[in-house]
Design a protein around this ligand. Structure first.
Ligand SMILES: Nc1nc2c(ncn2[C@@H]2O[C@H](COP(=O)(O)OP(=O)(O)O)[C@@H](O)[C@H]2O)c(=O)[nH]1
Ligand SMILES: [Mg+2]
Length: 200
């Protein structure tokens, strides 16, 4: 069994120039505003309020860093979670939005310590254009030492028939719910294996 036993907030950075040293393998959470990025960070770390969650879309435009320690078979593995600002409808002017989007894509491309991209998709809206764009973008920039994982959020909102419909489109879909904990242990394992392999 793998768990995350420590999680601490490191820094909120407004731009790539003001971030922490890239000395630890990082897991970057990406997805549109309100998809549940901050909530899943709190669920994975089992720390309510670690990442600020908000019901106002597009409010957080900072890059937030959290140092974590995985524990497996009594060994510790350090890593860092990166809560990225939401892609899509940030509530700012068009020019600022453009500026910000560029800042974010620049960060994603330049940040050499990112090993895993976790693309979060709202399980109730699995086929939005914005997610297709994010997915295509990630595949385009993903380096050989990086992996992309997709989780479908807010699974607690789905009826069984919705789950079946989702699995028809994405047979291997990993559903998570930060509200009721569904899929969270499995999500921790997937992230750990992507970072450190399955043989450690
Ligand atoms: N029902 C349900 N609501 C969720 C879940 N995860 C997040 N939310 C809600 O969705 C809203 C946005 O969540 P947040 O984590 O701030 O999204 P972010 O903008 O991607 O960081 C908040 O009102 C959360 O309470 C979930 O698993 N289930
Ligand atoms: Mg957030």
């Amino acid at each position: 069994m793998i768990k995350i036993k420590n999680a601490t907030f490191v820094l909120s950075a407004p731009s790539i120039e003001e971030t922490v040293a890239n000395d630890v393998s990082e897991i970057a959470f990406i997805g549109r505003s309100n998809v549940g990025k901050s909530s899943i960070i709190n669920a994975l770390t089992n720390k309510k309020g670690l990442a600020k969650s908000s019901s106002t879309p597009g409010k957080t435009r900072l890059i937030n860093f959290f140092d974590i320690t995985f524990e497996k078979d009594e060994n510790d593995y350090r890593a860092r979670l990166v809560d990225l600002p939401g892609f899509g409808y940030a509530r700012v002017s068009k020019s600022m939005k453009h500026e910000w989007q560029r800042n974010l894509t620049e960060f994603i491309k330049k940040r050499s310590s990112i090993r895993v991209f976790v693309h979060l998709i709202d399980s109730r809206h699995p086929s939005l254009e914005i997610d297709k764009e994010v997915s295509a973008y990630l595949q385009e920039i993903c380096r050989a030492d990086q992996e992309i994982i997709v989780f479908f959020t807010k699974a607690d909102k789905l009826k069984q028939k919705d789950v079946s419909a989702l699995k028809k489109i994405y047979p291997t879909a990993h559903l998570v719910s930060s509200s009721n904990g569904r899929g969270i242990t499995g999500a921790i394992e997937k992230i750990f294996v992507s970072l450190f392999g399955s043989n450690v």
